[in-house]
Design a protein around this ligand. Structure first.
Ligand SMILES: [Ca+2]
Ligand SMILES: [Ca+2]
Ligand SMILES: [Ca+2]
Length: 380
């Protein structure tokens, strides 16, 4: 596996070379789109974390899981009736107001996987839901969902936000990465949990926060995106990440042994693998962290200054790392804070636009607003 390209290459495309794949925006006006599952019949199931407004009125909650169908077959999901919510009113929150992270980052429902028979599993994250008798926060769970019977039971309840899921259909094992544990867990469909590995800290001693996970169908390995935890800079300021420290690790789930697969990344936030073992990495942004937001920033004030929200916007990318020899290929760049990637049937689905929907930001051509979008990258 080759080293990562220079981040400036991904951002600027020197020589005017266009990204090496056709990208189309297939849905817009979403509220923090996250995980995408592709059903056997080709329909998409898309999770939206919502708008981040914390409310005690369940009817006002904005997280949802929807089936996306291209009814008029024009290649997108923006036409009437093409987005059909199957679970709505899922709690949503903003990490800025909830935890003072300095980022305009919405939490709630997150990743989703299809089990291949109409059943799915997705993550929920509601810090306001309270605690179980044993002290665990009951709002952080993986829950079952079925096209036939709707929302099911919790498969597991955990202590910290679960960032991503991958499902091995042959073994019927779910792999989960959590922000509070620096390694994946394996979960059987009866809810039995086995820790798989625990990663060492990254290059500057920061936590190896896993943000994305995928199964390599050619080897049975699990690939994990390590985003980087907070780290001090030269001046003692706390940075959200350290450019170059982020990486993809390859884990053998049987032994827990792991090794670096792709290093030198800036903000690897999710990873996907195709049937030939080519690896696709989505980076949230390609440049140094922008200034953090004050915790009391009014995210819903239409007159507030156009703050990026802690991460430089319109600098995200998708890069392919060939399974066999070959240089990395930038497939898309200039994306506005992408968070998730899913591979299916020679296409990649990329979820874009983290932050408070409708909040004013500066885009490549001036003032604009945060909007959630789903992009599809066609592979050859
Ligand atoms: Ca359509
Ligand atoms: Ca359309
Ligand atoms: Ca993913």
């Amino acid at each position: 596996m080759s080293a990562a390209p220079d981040a400036t290459v991904a951002l600027e495309n020197p020589g005017g070379v266009a990204p090496a794949a056709a990208t189309a925006r297939v849905a817009s006006g979403l509220q923090n789109p996250r995980g995408v599952a592709v059903l056997p019949d080709g329909r998409l199931v898309v999770v939206e974390a919502g708008n981040g407004i914390e409310t005690t009125d369940a009817a006002q909650e904005t997280g949802r899981v929807s089936v996306f169908v291209d009814l008029n077959e024009d290649g997108d999901y923006d036409d009437a009736g093409e987005i059909d919510p199957i679970v709505s009113q899922i709690p949503s929150y903003n990490t800025l107001t909830q935890f003072g992270t300095g980022h305009d980052e919405v939490g709630g429902a997150g990743d989703i996987v299809s089990l291949g028979d109409g059943r799915m599993l997705f993550t929920r994250d509601d810090p306001a839901e309270g605690y179980l008798a044993d002290g665990r926060p009951q709002g952080i769970n993986v829950v079952e969902l079925s096209l036939e019977s709707g929302l099911g039971d919790n498969l597991i309840v955990r202590n910290a936000t679960m960032n991503a899921l991958a499902f091995d259909d042959a073994a019927e094992v779910l792999y989960v990465v959590e922000s509070g544990a620096n390694g994946p867990i394996a979960v059987t469909l009866d809810g039995t949990i086995r820790p798989v590995a625990e990663f060492s800290p990254l290059g500057q001693g920061q936590q190896a926060v896993p943000s994305g996970i995928a199964l390599d169908p050619t080897t049975g390995d699990v690939l994990v995106a390590l985003f980087s935890g907070q780290v001090d800079d030269y001046f003692g300021n706390v940075l959200s990440f350290w450019p170059g420290a982020s990486k993809i690790v390859r884990v053998d789930p049987a032994t827990g042994r792991y090794s670096d697969a792709i290093t030198g990344l800036t903000t690897a936030v999710d990873v996907a693998v195709d049937d030939d073992g080519n690896v696709f990495v989505v980076e949230l942004t390609s440049v140094w962290p922008s200034a953090k937001m004050p915790r009391d920033f009014d995210l819903f004030d239409p007159d507030a200054a156009p703050d990026p929200g802690g991460y430089t916007r319109f600098a995200g990318s998708v890069t392919m790392y060939p399974a066999v020899d070959g240089d990395p290929v930038v497939l898309a760049n200039g994306l506005d804070l992408p968070t998730n990637i899913t591979y299916a049937d020679r296409a990649l689905y990329v979820s874009i636009g983290q932050g408070t929907p409708g909040r004013r930001i500066i885009g490549p051509t001036g003032s604009t607003f945060i909007t959630g979008e789903l992009h599809r990258i066609e592979l050859e």
